[in-house]
Design a protein around this ligand. Structure first.
Ligand code: IVH
Length: 713
């Protein structure tokens, strides 16, 4: 392949993986594999400088996360603007400058005040040299790595003066903000309160890969320091920005009297709702730079500018009901159903309540009279409840009680995990989660179904061929071969072929892997594929060690005992031992399987949805068996020479760590990541210094590969 083709391919792949990792939270490759792609691209670009492109992910993502931000001095102080809240005060401002300039008519400009985060960008000899936050006005944080991830900011500008400092606002569009919060809600994370907070929070990130994944944008609205050019007024500066292709703040009104200025502010208040990002005022500035210097500065703000702040429009309405949306990852999001009202230019009848915690914090109850506004002037939200208007019979709202502990989409069990604010439906056959669940079910570490990635899952669900992973086992060769896919597109977005079908060959491959999943995949892979919270690969293996099949699991005394143990997190170390339980102590259950996982499993099998899953699998004759069944590690030690032994692996060995892991586990042992007094053996290859030292300190037996093989005999 030609270098330029490979470079293009790598750029596309890396952008796709960034999206999968940060936006969709469904990474397809490990961090190490990602780094490898990234390094390959960096090397190719270095070797082929003529193929450099400022849009390449290597230019836009700074790579390694920073330890902290360096502080730097601003070339010129970054001042604030005085706020005013009435048209009368605009009149006062106008009279002041008339007097100071000794002129009746002065040209002013009126422009939106963007609700974002101020930033200064230094271009030296055309290249983006560094970028700073406002900080305390004298010194700011060096956020160059983060600013470079914003695609609309050029990294080089043509025909540039030796120095030019562009000042402006980093912001997030309303659409980008909504999407970001949707994703966060889906992941069970707290949403950002408004686009400004999301922007500020993002810019504070030391990892520019996080920043690159967030929908930040930039608009220039001011000029800082410059050398080697003549700029007489802000119109000249705006022409320069256009020439440099730096995005700038719009719309702008030019006015020559107080009346025109007020007229422009009013007009802006109407138009700003169409901008697609938050604005909270109008900035009024003197156009001409020589007039500006005559007016000068106070200690904190220029005398030639003023910001007219628009009051956030707050409106009263009634909360009719709270409904629950089931997201594609099973997160249950409460939504306020409101009496429709007009706020900042649009009718609002719904507002997200984010999660149970938020409802409790604001004490929101059905029937309440509430005040709503648009966060960042865009997204409707409930500001507060008017408690004196509360109906007598309004009770505190509890999502889990209102739902009777059942998912509104499928009746599956719901649960809230430690450390998360969101309640989730955990049923792997929930139709609202069909795409996510099928994609996970088919993934490599689950049932490894060939050719069934997210885009095919989407098509299967869209065409009603599958609404849950179990439906996959009923697909026919015709269903799959004829499945219509999206048109193929070239890198420029042109449609290459319109009619694309899954095709017979891929259909056959997929059916074969479904056959393999049904007949040969062991119980632990099925358990992992079911995506029950807290049941990852290791917990699934431990469950399969203790149970022969799903039937046994669904009636398990071990699970019942474990589920009834108090939560680990709540207990001191000495009390939480499973060994203290009269029945559990015989099983020597490892740390991957705790009470919470057991509770989740128990409620799944107890739910209607769970029972249906067992029945359907039964009807289809699918009965996955454990391949590592050995409930009593002592009694079974015969066929398992490493039973009960814990290993740590270090240094360079003849095979990969995961191959050793497999061998150890197959023979009844366990592999741990770090050495403790509980470790039985350190299997050490060449190198591996620190672990070797620790093993010596703790008197852990150190063995080489030969000695390891001898243990297996
Ligand atoms: S001009 C001397 N224009 O508002 C300051 N500022 O409250 C001249 N801001 O720190 C700034 N939109 O970051 C200007 N169209 C606009 C603006 C704007 C937002 C921010 C700016 C400044 C803050 C002052």
């Amino acid at each position: 392949m030609l270098f330029d083709q490979r470079i293009e391919e790598l750029r596309r792949e890396i952008a796709r993986h960034n999206q999968l990792y940060y936006q969709d939270a469904t990474p397809e490759i490990s961090d190490a594999e990602y780094d490898q792609l990234f390094r390959e691209l960096e090397d190719l670009e270095k070797a082929n400088p003529h193929l450099q492109d400022s849009h390449s992910p290597t230019q836009r993502v700074g790579g390694a996360p920073l330890e902290n931000f360096e502080q730097r001095k601003h070339l010129l102080p970054m001042l604030s603007i005085d706020d005013v809240f009435s048209e009368d005060e605009i009149g006062d401002f106008y009279s002041r400058i008339q007097k100071a300039l000794n002129q009746t008519s002065i040209t002013l400009t009126v422009e939106p005040k963007i609700d974002g985060v101020a930033c200064s960008i230094i271009y030296r000899e055309g290249a983006l040299e560094y970028a700073l936050t406002r900080g305390d006005g004298t010194h700011g944080d060096d956020i160059t790595q983060n600013i470079k991830t914003i695609h609309s900011i050029p990294l080089f500008i043509n025909k540039a003066p030796p120095l030019i400092e562009v000042r402006g606002e980093v912001y997030m569009s309303s659409a980008g903000f909504s999407k970001l919060n949707e994703h966060r809600t889906e992941e069970g994370l707290s949403p950002f309160a408004n686009p400004r907070n999301a922007t500020a929070g993002t810019l504070k990130s030391l990892d520019s890969r996080v920043v690159a994944s967030r929908p930040l944008d930039f608009l220039a609205h001011g000029l800082g320091s410059f050398e080697g050019i003549q700029i007489d007024n802000e119109d000249d500066y705006r022409d320069l920005l256009d020439q440099f292709q730096i995005p700038r703040n719009q719309p702008i009104w030019h006015t020559n009297s107080l009346a025109q200025t007020i007229e422009a502010i009013r007009e802006l208040d109407i138009q700003r709702h169409q901008l697609g990002y938050g604005t909270d005022g109008a900035v009024v500035k003197v156009l001409d730079f020589s007039q500006r210097s005559k007016l000068g500065f106070t200690s904190r703000a220029p005398r030639w500018a003023v910001a007219f702040k628009f009051p956030p429009e707050q409106v009263q309405t009634r909360l009719r009901d709270i409904t629950i949306q089931v997201g594609r990852t099973g997160v249950l999001t409460p939504v306020a159903e409101l009496e429709p009202v007009l706020v900042s230019g649009t009718t609002v009848s719904r507002a997200t309540l984010h999660n149970q915690e938020e409802i409790e914090r604001k004490d929101i109850r059905i029937g309440d009279t509430v005040i709503i506004e648009k966060a960042g002037e865009i997204i409707p939200s409930i500001v507060k409840v008017l408690k004196d208007k509360r109906p007598l019979d309004a009770n505190p709202y509890q999502l889990q009680v209102a739902l009777k502990h059942q998912c509104p989409s499928c009746g599956g069990p719901i649960q809230r995990l430690d450390g998360f604010v969101a309640w989730r439906c955990s049923n792997f056959t929930c139709p609202a989660q069909a795409v996510t669940r099928i994609t996970h079910f088919a993934s490599r570490k689950a049932l490894d179904l060939d050719g069934l990635g997210e885009s095919i899952s989407i098509k299967l669900v869209e065409t009603n061929l599958a609404s849950s992973p179990i439906d996959l086992f009923e697909l026919t060769i015709e269903d799959l071969s004829d499945l219509l896919l999206d048109p193929a597109k070239s890198s420029e977005g042109l449609i290459i072929s319109k009619e694309r079908r899954f095709g017979k060959k891929r259909a056959q491959t997929l059916l074969e892997s479904l056959q393999r999943a049904r007949n040969d995949m062991p119980l632990h892979r099925w358990l992992f594929a079911m995506g029950i919270a807290q049941i990852g690969e290791s917990a699934a293996k431990e469950l399969a060690r203790l149970h022969q099949n799903l039937q046994e699991l669904s009636k398990s005394q071990i699970i019942a005992d474990l589920a009834d143990l108090p939560d680990f997190q709540e207990l001191s170390k000495s009390k939480r031992k499973k060994e203290n339980h009269p029945r559990l102590k015989d099983y020597q259950i490892d740390d991957h399987l705790g009470p919470v996982a057991a509770q989740n499993l128990r409620s799944f099998f107890a739910s209607e949805a769970g029972k249906q899953v067992l029945d359907r699998l039964n009807d289809m004759d699918i009965d996955p068996q454990s391949e590592n069944y050995a409930p009593d590690p002592q009694a079974n030690s015969e066929g398992f020479p490493l039973a009960g032994k814990t290993f740590v692996v270090t240094g360079t060995l003849s095979a990969s760590r995961s191959e050793f892991k497999e061998t150890i586990e197959k023979n009844g042992g366990k592999l741990s990541g770090s050495i403790s007094s509980k470790t039985d053996y350190l299997l050490a290859g060449e190198g591996g210094g620190s672990k070797r030292k620790k093993a010596q300190d703790l008197s852990v037996t150190i063995i080489n590969e030969e000695e390891f093989l001898a243990l297996l005999k």
